[in-house]
Design a protein around this ligand. Sequence first.
Ligand SMILES: *Cc1c(COP(=O)(O)O)cnc(C)c1O
Length: 236
Amino acid sequence: METISENLNYIQKQIAIACKKSGRKPDQVRLLAVSKTKPASAVVAAINGGQLLFGENRVQEARDKISLVAEEVDSTNVEWHLIGPLQRNKVKVAVNLFTMVHSVDSVDLAIELNRRALKSRPMPVLVQVNVGREPQKSGFLAEAVTYAIKQMAELPGIKVKGLMTIPPATDSAEEARPYFRELAQLAKTINGLKIPGIDMAELSMGMSHDYMVAVEEGATLVRVGSAMFGARDYNI
Ligand SMILES: *Cc1c(COP(=O)(O)O)cnc(C)c1O
């Protein structure tokens, strides 16, 4: 478990290097530690190393892990973000567990999140974009995002904070750069429309193999799993 805090320090240093290279400030980038498939003990080790922000992609797994973690450490300042697909029937639980949902991939989902969030508190969300136009991936195509966000702007229970993407798998991190650049440009264009209530401040992009490139292209949230916690035994 010592390696987890070492990995954390290393990743933070890499983020700082990428910030320096691109003239950004390290406090403009938040590291989301993706703990999916990993035990609560790994999360506890990361918290002991100073990490407070975690990402999960399944509601049930997150629910179990969050309560296990709370039994082990003071998790008052720990935040959880949902980064995976969200089914309609899990929205109610998700609203209570997560402080942000990165994976809003339909207006229907936004409407359901709005309905549930109105009963508790406004939910910050990111709109997922399928920048690589891959048929098997969720997310809006770039040309559909603006219209969808205009519809979401009418929903008082959710707050659209920006965009998220999972680009096509590439051999080198550098090959992901055009996708990150496209997402950043798209957010900028939408910001320019001055849609009431919409401030595209967040860009959730970059994973273990390409987070430095993502930071150079403007990421404000990098989602790092295996570089932090080690390879996963299985993928979900
Ligand atoms: C698993 C996952 C990650 C983290 O992937 P790594 O390559 O292990 O860093 C990031 N984002 C999403 C949406 C994921 O599902």
